[in-house]
Design a protein around this ligand. Structure first.
Ligand SMILES: C[S@@+](CC[C@H](N)C(=O)[O-])C[C@H]1O[C@@H](n2cnc3c(N)ncnc32)[C@H](O)[C@@H]1O
Length: 512
């Protein structure tokens, strides 16, 4: 039993976790191994052992003769292996006694996670019991399209003779439902030479008890060994609920609620959902066509301006917002000019922090980052624009994801990097003084330190953990540079050049 949290039950939330003591931001609350982990139901073929995609060819496991696995040298050693001895023996029996073929497995890869959960019934009966008691909303799903969707999985499991006497298709539907309602997205193993990874789903029996709030007080990370770690993102007082955000904090209320209703079967009534301004961010609001300065938010069939109180029919504003959304779908989101044009165009219609605008601004910041890193002499204009975009995003993140937040940390890291790049360029061109240069570097240092304070809890073997290691090196180098610049500012008559800091000094500074 954890000393950090207690399990409570309410009519509204079912079981949920509360803090058993005062928790500080950054404090670890729980760490959890997956009960099951595997591909999504609509997956393309993956290796049954390591979950790498099997793109053009595969072999079958030598022992069971039916599980598709990696060809050539087999699965990379560093990845977890999921085709267990028990499963392999079970598959072998299937082949010998039922004539099950590798093709049956290939065709039913989307049901693999359900099959693996069901096999836990005998392999880990205690865990299975906990899993079988999770909320599944089975009655809400009965006779719906999702029930029908999983019909193939039911047939596949039945064909393997896995349902014991008295068990029926309801059990398979219940497993499908419990996985849908309780699973977390997990990054699959990175595909060699490409780097990107399949998105898998994992059920974590402790973490799944966290209730949802659109303004969460936890930060979740899953490392490359698939261990989930949950930290407090803000201070949490003893007795307060511990919340995780099941949906995307950077989406508007209508989209978040739809996602929660379709996937988790509840209507969120959190403080953000109950506030049409979304905590003053106006993230789903539009510019008022009457006063042109106020923002209108939706109240049922009307949109009302917070400033001049003008009322407009939903059909009118809703249509405009839909057009902005449709346009974002079709533009080239890797093209700087198309994104800038989109931002200019929709800024006439949408409030500045509307989620569609924030989406476009985030993408543009990424495109500009790539330009700055790729071009030998990126322009000051590009750097300034990227900094402006980061600065626009940060206050919204601070309101909607207070405390420790991954996107906030990355945005602060990016902001620091560009401040340093621009300041260096300006100083080298003698466009700013040594004192101004030092000020800029100090400002960058403040942002980098803040980013590091959040990144430090990321698991080392994750992309964010790697960013943390890189940021730490850069922090040490930056401190050294600042000290040199300060010295030169104070040393009369000396003209300081950043190149005066040797690479050796920058990369291996003395740590203070
Ligand atoms: C991942 S499960 C959480 C564990 C679940 N309470 C249990 O006892 O098994 C998600 C379900 O918890 C309930 N839930 C979580 N957060 C909620 C919220 N903010 N409002 C209403 N229901 C919520 C919903 O039934 C949802 O489908």
């Amino acid at each position: 039993m954890s000393t950090k949290y207690e399990v409570k039950t309410s009519n509204k939330l079912g079981r949920y976790l509360v803090a058993a003591k005062d928790l500080r931001a950054g404090e670890r609350i729980l760490s959890d191994q997956p009960f099951v982990l595997g591909p999504n139901s609509d997956t393309s073929l993956v290796c049954f052992n390591c979950y790498l995609p099997l793109i053009s060819k595969f072999v079958v496991c030598k022992n069971c003769g039916i599980a598709p696995i990696c060809p050539g040298d087999g699965c990379p050693e560093q990845f977890a292996k999921w085709h267990s001895r028990q499963e392999c023996d079970f598959f072998r029996n299937l082949k010998l006694n039922k004539g099950t073929s590798p093709m049956t497995m290939v065709q039913n890869v989307g049901s693999l996670l359900v099959l693996r959960a069901l096999l836990k019934q005998n392999d880990s009966p205690q865990e299975w019991k906990v899993f079988s008691e999770l909320e599944s909303h089975l009655d809400r799903r009965r006779d719906s399209s999702v029930w029908e969707y999983y019909d193939n999985t039911v047939k596949f499991i039945q064909s393997l003779g896995l349902l014991e006497n008295g068990q029926n298709q309801e059990l398979v539907q219940q497993i499908c439902a419990a996985i849908d309602v309780n699973s977390f997205e997990v990054r699959g193993p990175p595909i060699p030479a490409i780097g990107c990874a399949e998105v898998l789903r994992g059920v974590y029996l402790q973490a799944t008890l966290l209730a949802h709030d659109c303004v969460a007080n936890t930060h979740m990370s899953i490392n490359d060994n698939n261990v989930l770690v949950c930290h407090a993102s803000t201070d949490i007082k003893k007795g307060e609920p511990i919340y995780y955000n099941y949906t995307d904090a950077l989406k508007g209320t209508a989209i978040r609620q739809q996602h929660l209703m379709i996937g988790k079967y509840f209507k969120c009534t959190c403080s953000r959902c109950s506030d049409v301004t979304e905590m003053g961010t106006y993230m789903s609001s539009a510019v008022c066509p009457a006063c042109k300065t106020g923002y209108m938010s939706q109240h049922g069939e009307l949109w009302v301006c917070h400033s001049c109180k003008n009322e407009t029919e939903h059909s009118v504003v809703g249509h405009k917002v839909q057009c902005c959304s449709d346009k974002l779908e079709v533009i080239n989101k890797k093209d700087e000019k198309e994104l800038e044009e989109y931002i200019r165009y929709v800024s006439l219609v949408l409030a500045p922090n509307h989620y569609l605008l924030l989406d476009a601004k985030q993408r543009l910041a990424g495109v500009l980052r790539d330009i700055i890193n790729r071009e030998p002499r990126p322009t000051k204009k590009v750097m300034r624009r990227k900094m402006e975009l980061c600065k626009e995003l940060l206050p919204v993140l601070e309101t909607l994801s207070p405390g420790i937040c991954r996107i906030k940390a990355i945005t602060l890291y990016e902001l620091h990097a560009t401040i340093v790049q621009l300041a260096k360029k300006l100083f080298d061109a003698r466009e700013i003084t040594g004192a101004d240069f030092a000020d800029e570097l100090l400002c960058a240092e403040k942002h980098l330190k803040h980013a590091l304070e959040m990144l430090v809890i990321e698991p080392g073997n994750s992309p964010e953990g790697e960013l943390c290691a890189k940021a730490l090196e850069e922090y040490r180098a930056l401190k050294l540079t600042i000290a040199k610049v300060m010295d030169s500012v104070h040393a009369e008559g000396k003209v300081y050049k950043i190149e005066d800091v040797t690479e050796e000094e920058a990369l291996h500074p003395e740590i203070d």
